[in-house]
Design a protein around this ligand. Structure first.
Ligand code: UD1
Ligand code: CA
Length: 452
């Protein structure tokens, strides 16, 4: 049986932020959410999150994770003190406790699995994840004997100059046999530079304790300041881009592109420079996105093209072209083979196949059929100042340039709307609607010259 404890009570002073450190965003998810997701390869029976500084915010942020137990550490007196708070909660628990720092977000699930397997195979009292860092500054240094048995962990600030030469560091990821740890936790002393109770001191009283070296040291990067947050983002981006390039996606100028690790791309997708793919986005085969586009929580079908545009919370079916300078948002759904062009905004609107909205339009809360042609500058007036209303346009209809459709209004199939019309009443199938005053011509009329 394995229980997991995540240390998330600290403020993270070096972030210089009001937000608890573990709630800072890293590529679309908080640090602590990423730590929780690194547990995907093991099946812990319990997950305890130790909260303190603005703990209620952490609780709210983790609402969507079922069955988390929140344990409060009212004063943050160190990582050992944090784990001491578990004593009443884990009374009688006889399994292993996996401890993770809430600020170590890049761990691979396989690494945690390896740590746990090593711990259980060796029947260790504790097993510590370690790494050899080129620049170990700030991390606790790990000292072992010849058999890889751990002797002690010394925090950077407590190290002598000679000890600082050791580049093997403590990743902040541990596995403890709980009944052993439970015994020694009350013995921790705050005799160190920070006068805190260090979890790392617990290992001095435990036996046997061995270490597992992580191969890719980037995994264990801890986030203590904004610079490390940015470095972690770069590492994440490199992982994601390597994965998609290996899977057959072309990235043109990868350094100028960002892709969340929640995005799904099919082979032969091409992503052009200055393009950002975020959230729950899926792009099907042979689509061409960018340059200069932002796609968020959207599904783009095969062979779509999007350039210099923003698409959020929307779907675009196969073969459709979006842009340049289009904005789709709030559940726009565009059919197959459509063209949504220059300076067009579409919100909460469904558009049938082979319909074009090519220039300078706003369509909000509308439903358009197939093969509709929306003339340049057509606007749905969907808001009366209090409520939003629907506009419906049937198959094969055309709106003339600069027409305004005042919702609620229904335009039938094969209707033509004259240019410059203000349409306030429903239009039946197969008809022409003209909603503007007639042009007046006054022959021979001329502006009188000024008398002075
Ligand atoms: C800790 C380790 C260090 C290791 C490093 C890896 C100790 C004493 N040191 O140092 O050996 O190399 O992590 O990243 O453990 N926290 C609480 N309550 C507290 C104090 C901290 O919940 O009272 C939480 C923080 O929110 C954070 C985590 O514990 O998520 C680590 O705390 P932090 O202060 O960042 O420890 P480091 O100095 O980085
Ligand atoms: Ca840290």
């Amino acid at each position: 049986m394995v229980a997991v404890a995540i240390l998330a009570a600290g403020r993270g002073t070096r972030m210089k932020s009001d937000l608890p450190k573990v709630l800072h965003d890293l590529g679309g998810r908080t640090l602590v959410a990423r730590v929780l997701e690194s547990l995907s390869e093991i099946q812990p029976s319990r997950r305890l999150v130790i909260i303190g500084y603005r703990g209620e915010l952490v609780q709210v942020a983790l609402q969507s994770y079922p069955d988390l137990e929140f344990v409060e550490q009212t004063q943050q007196l160190g990582t050992g003190h944090a784990i001491q708070q578990l004593l009443p909660h884990l009374k009688g628990f006889t399994g292993d406790l996996l401890v993770l720092n809430g600020d170590v977000p890049l761990l691979r699930p396989q690494t945690i699995q390896l740590l746990l397997a090593t711990h259980q195979e060796n029947k260790n009292a504790a097993t510590i994840l370690t790494a050899h860092l080129p620049n170990p500054k700030g991390y606790g240094r790990v000292f072992c004997d010849g058999q890889n048995r751990l002797q002690q962990i010394v925090e950077d600030r407590d190290c002598t100059a000679a000890q600082k030469q050791n580049h093997r560091i403590n990743a902040g990821v541990y596995c403890f046999h709980w009944p052993d740890l439970e015994q020694v936790l009350p013995n921790l002393k705050a005799e160190n530079d920070q006068q805190e109770y260090y979890l790392t001191d617990a290992v001095n009283f435990l036996n046997p304790v061995t270490v597992v070296d992580v191969e890719d040291y980037q995994e264990i990067l801890g986030i203590n300041d904004r610079k490390q947050l940015a470095t972690a983002y770069d590492i994440l981006q490199e992982r994601v881009k390597d994965k998609w390039m290996a899977a057959g996606v072309t990235l043109i100028d990868p350094n100028s592109i960002t892709i969340d690790d929640t995005v799904d791309l099919a082979p032969d997708v091409t992503i052009e420079p200055q393009t950002h793919l975020r959230g729950n986005t899926k792009i099907e085969a042979s689509s061409h996105i960018g340059p200069g586009s932002l796609i968020e929580n959207s599904h783009l079908g095969a062979n779509t093209k999007v350039f210099y545009s923003v698409v959020s919370d929307s779907t675009v079916a196969a073969g459709t072209t979006i842009g340049p300078y289009a904005h789709l948002r709030g559940h726009a759904s565009i059919g197959e083979g459509c063209r949504v062009g220059n300076f067009v905004e579409i919100k909460n609107t469904t558009i049938g196949s082979r319909t074009n909205v090519a220039h300078l339009s706003y369509l909000g809360d509308a439903t358009l059929g197939e093969k509709v042609n929306i003339g340049a500058g057509t606007i749905t007036a969907n808001y009366d100042g209090v409520n939003k209303h629907q506009t419906i346009i049937g198959n094969g209809s055309k709106t003339g340039a600069n027409s305004v459709l005042v919702a609620p209004v229904t335009i039938g199939n094969n209707v033509t709307i004259a240019a410059g019309s203000a349409i306030t009443e429903d239009v039946p199938d197969d008809s022409l609607a003209i909603g503007r005053s007639r042009q007046v011509i006054k022959p021979g009329w001329r502006l009188k010259p000024n008398s002075d």
